[in-house]
Design a protein around this ligand. Structure first.
Ligand code: ZN
Length: 141
């Protein structure tokens, strides 16, 4: 599937903001329906998910109640259930450089965060339920 790059948005999330909610709000406000993004910075606490491939469901969120660096946070934007859906993964490091990470969940709060979101133009990316994985995956033609 070939896509063309559309608009690119850069910015900073406010201290105390929920990363996933904030990215979703930006995409909805700017009507970014397909795209990709990256973000770096630091969090005051984080919630990440782990998908159990055999049980085909997310385990209980893994919570980190400490100040951590965002070594990488990357994800994409597509359409799920007729709405704009942000999917992100995050890697976090502690003060000895040890990394943790997973599927970004609500409840991950910004200490500082800078983002870059690039919009994709053309055919929309739409998620639909995939029986084999139990996930809402991109429908590819
Ligand atoms: Zn994920």
């Amino acid at each position: 599937m070939l896509v063309n790059m559309g608009r690119t948005f850069i910015g900073r999330l406010e201290k105390g903001a929920d990363i996933l909610k904030s990215l979703t709000e930006i995409c909805k406000k700017e009507n970014i329906r397909s795209g990709a993004f990256s973000l770096i910075g630091a969090v005051t606490s984080a919630n990440v998910g782990y998908y159990d491939q055999l049980a085909k469901k997310y385990c209980d969120p893994i919570s980190f109640n400490e100040a951590l660096e965002i070594t990488a946070c990357t994800g994409n934007v597509s359409i799920k259930d007729n709405g704009i859906f942000v999917h992100a993964h995050i890697s976090l490091s502690n003060k000895i450089g040890k990394c943790f990470g997973g599927h970004l969940m609500p409840g991950t709060y910004v200490f500082a965060a800078e983002y870059c979101i690039t919009e994709f133009m053309g055919e929309e990316l739409v998620r639909e339920f995939d029986d084999e994985t139990g996930l809402g995956l991109w429908k590819m033609m």
